[in-house]
Design a protein around this ligand. Sequence first.
Ligand SMILES: [Zn+2]
Length: 325
Amino acid sequence: MQELLKNWLADLNGKNQNTYKFALQLAILEFSRDQHITYTKIAHFFAHKYWDNVVAYNLRETTNIDQAPYFHTAIYHVAKSHKLEGLYFHQAKRKLPHLTELILKQLPNGYNRALQNPISRLQSNSTSVKTGSGSSTGEGWLFHWDSSKELITFNAHFKNLIQENSVLLKKLTVFHWALFIERYNQLPSVTSKLIDKNESRTIKKKIRDLVIEHAQGQCFYCEEFTEVFDIDHFIPFAFIFDHPLWNLVYSCQECNRGKEGKFEKLPRRHFLNKLLLNNRELVNNSALAKEYFQKNNILNEHIQKTYQNCINAGFKTWEPKRVKK
Ligand SMILES: [Zn+2]
């Protein structure tokens, strides 16, 4: 166990230009039940993992401003050319079932070449065995790899230890990944974004009811009246990862997730003024809302700053196609 931790940490602490090594470590944890992992499986894992980071969260994951990592570039390209910007992986995949294959096809020299670097570099920081950093075959403390067979094969001893300690190793890895990302991004809740998104997207009933009652059936964005609605996160949930009352509005489903819908985009700036106004009315009309705003010390300044941070993080802006005249 001690040796496992020492080696794992050594790999985490190496010099990194991007976050591929962390993604590879998470892939290893994910598939550590098997004796071998194919490069295809790892490539699929990368495509899925990085889609949310790149498209839904707009995370920057490289020390090099001029060139994004290959997986990121491929994902940008697919998101843009198929109009999937702002969507989570599972939403995008519903619209485009072959999403993963399309991403992998966009990698300049194929996924085998894209993965060769992180796979061959992963174990080179450990004080162990023969590695072949950059080479197509090699062997480290945890696995040996062969690019021609596109296969990673585990050392049986460590494979079992990894399974026993996978929860701890995952948290360690996500923590180091988050540290890397925090250096280059102004984003809240980085760790929550990297660990599996099992946390609930459910909004408390009391809060929900406040928003519904206040809206009186009118969509915040297009101002049409409708009984069929969503409670929308004005500043995308993908950015703030929380459900504060000040950020929730009543939205028709066309605006929220219709053909030209908002999804995880940011409403244009004139809607920000409307949001602040809407919040003021909410506070004036409801003692419960007033108490909430006072207790949480919500100031317009804070909301404006969060809005600006979201723009700085690269979130796309949006406005509804139809607006009631
Ligand atoms: Zn609407």
